[in-house]
Design a protein around this ligand. Structure first.
Ligand SMILES: Nc1ncnc2c1ncn2[C@@H]1O[C@H](COP(=O)(O)OP(=O)(O)OP(=O)(O)O)[C@@H](O)[C@H]1O
Ligand SMILES: [Mg+2]
Length: 216
């Protein structure tokens, strides 16, 4: 397993800065010479993109279970076709959203039973868990304001996002070692610095990419 890479996920509600951090980490790692893959759900797989279209552009309201199964189908393709192959090649994989989003959105947000979600998540990910997760925590009003969707958000929807935020925080509480919570109100540069240092520290602990880290 010496060549097995390192799996990092970035989670948080809309507008928390996930894509900004994912891209920042990717560029920094690449610049320092690490083998790295940046990806986000649905990961650019053919079937995944088609599923995404249904999720984003479906005119009718989808049942929570339909939504769940579509997300999971897309994740299955992503895991098998992109994430696992990259990890096998020894890459650091940075993934913008992963299994915690299912628990937070479909579990806490849509209130589907967590027990079922956890079991089904395991099947879909082939048991793959992130080695490290950055949770960008922010008040939903602030996050939604950043992506300029605030005006369309009704009270009920805001409550939905509050539940999702609580869901993420509850996951973090139960997985203190894996999930690092970052206050997403901090400056982008500072968030990137915190995340990069934590990642290097974790890589060192796991004795991964040691010669590269020493040469920094
Ligand atoms: N720390 C920050 N402080 C202020 N603005 C930020 C910060 N991080 C990101 N932004 C800005 O907020 C907006 C949303 O950021 P980003 O797209 O990274 O969020 P996201 O979590 O990926 O959102 P989504 O859930 O919609 O994909 C962008 O305009 C980005 O430049
Ligand atoms: Mg994003």
């Amino acid at each position: 397993m010496g060549r097995w890479g390192f799996f990092v996920t970035i989670e948080g509600i809309e507008g928390s800065g996930k894509s900004t951090l994912a891209k920042g980490l990717y560029e920094l790692l690449k610049e320092k010479g690490f083998p790295v893959l940046l990806t986000c759900e649905p990961g650019g797989t053919g079937a995944g993109e088609k599923i995404r279209e249904i999720l984003l552009f479906s005119k009718e309201k989808l049942s929570p279970y339909t939504e769940l199964f579509l997300f999971l189908a897309s994740r299955k393709e992503h895991v098998e076709k992109k994430i696992l192959p990259a990890l096998r090649e020894g890459k650091i994989v940075i993934c913008d959203r992963f299994d915690d989003s299912t628990i937070a959105y479909q579990g806490f947000g849509r209130e589907l039973p967590l027990r079922i979600l956890k079991r089904i998540n395991k099947i879909v990910t082939c048991g793959l868990k992130p080695s490290l997760t950055f949770l960008l925590d922010i008040d939903p009003e602030e996050g939604l304001r950043r992506i300029e969707r605030r005006d369309r958000i009704e009270e009920e929807e805001l409550e939905f996002h509050q539940r999702v935020r609580e869901g993420f925080l509850s996951i973090a509480k139960r997985a203190k070692k894996r999930v690092i919570v970052i206050d997403a109100k901090k400056e982008k540069k500072e968030i990137l610095k915190i995340a990069f240092e934590k990642l290097l520290q974790r890589l060192k602990e796991k004795r991964k990419y040691i010669s590269l880290i020493k040469s920094l």
